[in-house]
Ligand binder design. Structure first.
Ligand code: 6MZ
Length: 349
């Protein structure tokens, strides 16, 4: 559907290391193979993109991290991910990544993030605005994209490590960091471990989004909702009381259709909670999660929603535009985004 490609879009749930081009991953893996760092079977596993359970997805991430976690590669994949989203007419991207420490190569969480910022600065194919004093170039014909960053806390981390990430986020607000994400294998870690750092982040006006209800965990889901995050991702295993709370707090949901289906968090698209949330006009936004790992694109996710839930062109455009309110962007950026959508709207009536 060509109109989905040309439509301006907003992406709010994209993990950097889940969004690597196949060609890049292959190229990097070959170098490691030559050095004997990885096994051929491991690399084949990265390339094969069949159905994966949630558990397998996290094993895959560990392997991807072996392949990608050095400063130069982090810079490269950041540049490529932003370019790829801009080429599908994403006009605002909130990119999330877990700052990583690796003493053996002199990497700290800070230097990891500096490599990400270097990646943003190095983009020349498209015009990027990633902190608010920057102006988007007015050159015609070039894609323009606003980028903001979320620092992820991995559920394997300790309270101290989570706190280090939050402090880093606070120090990096002047380079486009707007919030914190809690992610990682949902079968690992306790909510109480992360709460102090997340509360500290919230008290210091960072925005918070949580992976919530990716596996059945009733107590954690309720505790997370009581924390009143600014958004949640997934919400696959919600029960009635969870939906009630989510809806009464009007917490926007990041919807990742392919990810939920491939990991079998949702048994089939016809029973996906998108339908109910959309029907009751609850704020939601279509996202990719990990376009590399799930072999998708944001256009593909919109097409899936259009085909599965019978959305028309106009409804799809309104849905995409409504994502502006769920962004963690400054008011001026939201204003600019409204102008971008308004100028495209005649195509979608
Ligand atoms: C939970 C996920 C995820 O941070 O290294 N991540 N966490 N659920 C998901 N759904 C499938 N997809 C990705 O990107 C990769 C990391 O993001 C989180 C995991 O912690 C994964 O290791 P970064 O850039």
């Amino acid at each position: 559907m060509e109109w989905i490609h040309t439509m301006p879009k907003i992406e709010l749930h994209a993990h950097l290391n889940g969004s690597i081009r196949d060609s890049t991953l292959l190229e990097l893996a070959r170098v490691l193979l030559e050095k004997g760092v990885t096994e051929l079977t491991d690399v084949e596993d990265v390339i094969q993109k069949n159905d994966r359970s949630l558990d397998e997805v996290f094993k895959l991430f560990d392997l991807i991290h072996v392949i990608t976690t050095d400063h130069q590669t982090v810079t490269r994949i950041t540049r490529e991910v932003v370019e790829d989203f801009a080429l599908e007419n994403v006009v605002y991207l909130e990119l999330r990544t877990t700052p990583k420490r690796n003493d053996s190569i002199g990497m700290s969480k800070r230097s990891y993030m500096e490599a990400v910022i270097k990646g943003l600065r190095s983009i020349s194919e498209v015009d990027v605005e990633f902190f608010n004093s920057q102006q988007l170039n007015k050159l015609c014909g070039r894609k323009k994209i606003y980028v903001r960053l979320l620092l992820s806390i991995d559920r394997r981390e300790t309270t101290e490590s989570a706190m280090e990430t939050v402090k880093l986020a606070l120090e990096m607000r002047n380079v486009g960091v707007v919030g914190i994400d809690l992610s990682g294998n949902p079968l690992v870690g306790e909510w109480s471990t992360f709460l102090p750092a997340l509360q500290f982040a919230k008290d210091n006006d960072l925005y918070i989004t949580l992976h919530c209800g990716e596996v059945p965990n009733p107590e954690e889901i309720q505790a997370m909702l009581d924390f009143k995050p600014h958004r949640v991702g997934h919400a696959c295993f919600f029960k009635d009381q969870d939906w009630e709370k989510l809806k009464s707090f009007r917490i926007p949901v990041e919807i990742c259709l392919s990810s939920n289906i491939i990991t079998k968090s949702i048994s089939s698209i016809d029973v996906h909670h998108f339908a109910d949330l959309y029907k009751v006009k609850h704020p939601l936004i279509i996202c990719t999660d990990d376009f590399g790992v799930f072999s998708t694109t944001l256009c593909n996710e919109y097409s899936l929603a259009v085909r599965s839930f019978g959305l028309g062109k106009r409804e799809t455009f309104s849905l995409a535009k409504s994502g502006i309110d769920a962004t963690f962007a400054e008011d001026e950026v939201k204003q600019q985004l409204r102008l971008i959508f308004d100028s495209a709207s005649p195509e979608y009536v």
